[in-house]
Design a protein around this ligand. Structure first.
Ligand SMILES: C[S@@+](CC[C@H](N)C(=O)[O-])C[C@H]1O[C@@H](n2cnc3c(N)ncnc32)[C@H](O)[C@@H]1O
Length: 269
């Protein structure tokens, strides 16, 4: 159950995020590898592999996934490149679920994540992780917090945010703020991947209803335009097996934050 802001638009603070049911969410969305997620993983895998040159950087990077919920695959896309992986999440139920994954070498690995990893190991950078379940459990650091207050002392080198900025509020200004805070948390030149539900009318998890902002490619592009380079936004249709009602597809935005030592080598967006 959630309330509503004075304008009648459901805002982030109006929702009971601590009641988010991570098992219900995981079972519905990630117990099997869907074709839309497979496509997204391929795109993110190739993007990070291209930026990091298919190898592992000399020193491990600091990565962040914002609004992780019970989805470990965004973190897996960053695994070979990172020495630290912050999983930043507002819901204490989700933090507890993530802590359980960390303390038990990812008990959900055998249920599903190995299928997602199989897509990642089609590229050489991922071959270097001998045991991804153990490596992820070792590196992941679940951190409670709100994206609207995300302001790290040291910006992150790589980041992901999947189905969060538009799926935690119905208010356009908050959507924009979530996007801005995520991009602000990344270092100049940092590669990122951001996934969105397109034209979402909100969603149910267990017994709880959560809001969404109605976004499309133009709105996503508008948030990114002045802040990032080499950006590509890809659309994924609903296909024959949509994950739920009330959305028209998914979007995946890939790019790099403006600035960085190699900016001179940029290609036009
Ligand atoms: C639709 S789920 C997406 C979960 C996951 N990233 C995925 O790919 O499926 C939205 C997530 O954002 C989290 N969330 C809600 N408000 C947030 C906030 N202000 N800051 C960070 N995370 C938030 C929720 O608890 C939930 O885990």
């Amino acid at each position: 159950m959630f309330g509503m802001g004075p304008t009648g638009v459901k805002r982030n603070a109006d929702c009971e995020w601590d009641d988010f049911d991570p098992e219900a969410y995981y079972n519905h969305n990630y117990r099997d590898l869907r074709e839309d997620d497979r496509y997204i993983i391929e795109q993110v895998r190739d993007h990070f592999s291209a930026v990091f040159g298919n190898g592992v950087p000399d020193h491990g990077l600091r990565g962040i996934d914002v609004g992780t919920g019970s989805n470990l695959y965004p973190a897996l896309t960053m695994l070979p490149f990172c020495a630290e992986l912050t999983l930043y999440e507002r819901s204490m139920n989700n933090i507890r679920w993530l802590e359980k994954q960390k303390s038990n070498d990812c008990p959900s690995w055998a249920d599903s994540w190995h299928k997602f990893w199989d897509v990642l190991v089609e590229r050489p950078a991922y071959w270097q992780v001998a045991n991804p379940a153990i490596q992820l459990a070792k590196l992941m650091d679940p951190v409670p917090g709100s994206v609207y207050e995300l302001a790290p002392d040291t910006p992150y080198d790589v980041g992901t945010m999947f189905f969060v900025a538009e799926s935690i509020t119905a208010e356009q200004a908050e959507f924009r703020s979530g996007m801005d805070h995520f991009l602000d948390a990344l270092a100049p030149g940092a590669p990122f991947a951001i996934a969105f539900m397109e034209h979402s009318s909100g969603y149910e998890v267990g017994d709880h209803q959560f809001p969404a902002t109605d976004v499309d490619r133009a709105k996503v592009s508008d948030c990114l335009r002045d802040r990032v380079r080499d950006v590509r936004i890809k659309h994924i249709g609903r296909g024959t097996n949509p994950v739920r009602n009330g959305y028209s597809g998914m979007l995946i935005a890939l790019g790099r934050v403006n600035g960085g030592l190699d900016e001179g080598t940029r290609t036009p967006a």
